[in-house]
Design a protein around this ligand. Structure first.
Ligand code: ATP
Ligand code: NOS
Length: 432
């Protein structure tokens, strides 16, 4: 082979040197830092519609609606006839979260779920694979004969997104495809409550098995609630699952209210902290809350202005780092809140995936702590068994920033990482 430019022969094949080790794509539990996500694999079929279109098919705005095959086909036909399907994006709330994690961390993650065994051009599975980061290890997926799920994503003129979900084979994932060793070596396991609405399907048991493995191997477990009516319809079962298996619970304010009956996000988070160690609660234009525990001996006071809501001076200890409640001798609750980055974008393209983006940033912080602890166990950063690398306030900033990035684009997944250094917020703000 001829190489371009002038080279010395000995540089062509440096046989006296050991072969360079090529980075492997497969996750290696003893070497890599990674997270595992279990999801209903779904491709989002995006269409812009009017509010009347939603009423025509009795679709509840802002929520994830399960539809049967006939209704899905009728919606699809109508959208195709009106020519308003704009895109196919890989979706699924956990698929989005771990893809974003891999983009932000520039590191590996593992996806557990199903995938069509035979993928044809233009099929849902094809779109899914095309739009997923190569750092997401898909070697543990279960092959199925049919299609993955289709999430018809209906965007109304206000930018709000509503789903009509046609499940396909997305719920066929079975417990035999849950690799215990991969979960045991991970920095966190993240999954969602959606499988609970498919009671007779194998995915529910697969999810429980994954959570049990994580629990057994002291891997932090993260659950996201999905959508409001799912919480309303499965509240008791969900609460039971949360109390037994979940460390970090993510939700929006509607799901928090459905779970607790409390419309005030702070009060809802306060109550949910009786069951879990960290609560990530996103509240659309009202920003987000990150709440949890730290030990009294390592609490740190904020230098930000003190805020009060239904709880007085609630953000006082937001410069503390999260800990498992069981790891604290004297646990204290910590609450942090942040308004949308730069007051929110001037134009929201699509809110789809904004909450998933926030969660991926939190997961990145948790895995960074795991990595740092593995590399430098004696560092003062690990003087106490913290769950995350940064403080509640800092994680809020990061999560909020990622959500902003999702709001200004059409897809629910990041196409690139965040800039290393942000412009000064003030300058960028006043320039626009
Ligand atoms: N209208 C808005 N204006 C400003 N910021 C917003 C708006 N909507 C969302 N955000 C930002 O995005 C974050 C997450 O949004 P939201 O609460 O809508 O998530 P979500 O309902 O869980 O979304 P999804 O389920 O689609 O991932 C908010 O905490 C906020 O920072
Ligand atoms: O029933 C479901 N199961 C799994 N993911 C879902 C379901 N409904 C909607 N989404 C996913 O949620 C993401 C935004 O948070 C969307 O990308 C959509 O695919």
């Amino acid at each position: 082979m001829k190489f371009p430019g002038r080279r010395k022969l000995k540089h062509y094949f440096p046989v006296s040197q050991p072969k360079p080790i090529l980075p492997s794509i497969d996750v290696q539990p003893d070497k890599d830092t990674y997270i595992v996500g279990l999801d209903e694999t779904i491709v989002d079929v995006v269409a812009n519609v009017s509010d009347e279109f939603l009423s025509q098919f009795s679709i509840h705005k802002g929520l994830s609606n399960l539809v049967d095959t006939d209704t899905a086909s009728a919606i699809y036909r109508e959208l195709a006839a009106q020519g308003c399907i704009s895109d196919h994006f890989a979706g699924g709330t956990i698929g989005n979260t771990i893809h974003n994690y891999s983009v932000l961390a520039d590191d590996k993650s593992v996806l557990l779920g199903v995938m069509s065994a035979n993928i044809t051009l233009g099929s849902p599975a094809y779109h899914y694979i095309c739009h997923t980061s190569s750092k997401v290890d898909m070697n543990h997926l279960q092959g199925v004969s049919g299609d993955i799920g289709r999430g018809i994503t209906l965007i109304t003129p206000d930018g709000e997104r509503t789903f009509a979900i046609a499940p396909g084979d997305m719920d066929e994932l079975n417990a035999e495809h849950i690799p215990e060793n991969i979960i045991a070596g991970s920095a966190a396991l993240v999954t969602c409550a959606y499988p609970l609405r498919h009671q007779g399907k194998p995915i529910k048991q697969a999810m429980l098995t994954a959570l049990e493995h994580a629990h057994q191997h002291q891997v932090p477990t993260v659950l996201t609630l999905g959508t409001k009516h799912l919480v309303e319809e499965n509240k008791d079962e969900l609460l039971d699952l949360i109390k037994r298996h979940v460390n970090v619970l993510a939700m929006n304010e509607l799901e928090a209210e459905a779970l607790t009956g409390l419309s005030d996000p702070l009060q809802a988070a306060d109550q949910i902290l009786e069951y879990v160690d960290i609560v990530l609660l996103t509240a659309g234009p009202d920003g987000m809350y990150l709440c949890g525990y730290t030990d009294d001996t390592v609490k740190r006071e904020t230098t930000n202005p003190i805020k009060s809501g239904r709880l007085a001076d609630f953000n006082r200890w937001e410069f503390s780092r999260p800990m498992l409640r069981s790891a604290c001798q004297n646990p204290i609750k910590v609450f942090s809140h942040i308004d949308p980055y730069m007051g929110g974008p001037e134009k929201i393209r699509n809110t789809n995936g904004a909450g998933d983006g926030a969660l991926s940033a939190l997961l990145h912080d948790i895995s960074a702590n795991h990595f740092h602890k593995d590399s430098l166990p004696n560092s003062s950063k690990h003087a106490a068994p913290f769950l995350a690398y940064s403080s509640f306030a800092q994680i809020c900033k990061y999560s909020n920033r990622v959500s902003y990035e999702i709001l200004v684009q059409n897809a629910p997944r990041l196409s690139r990482g965040l800039p290393e250094r942000e412009d000064s917020l003030e300058e960028a703000y006043w320039e626009r």
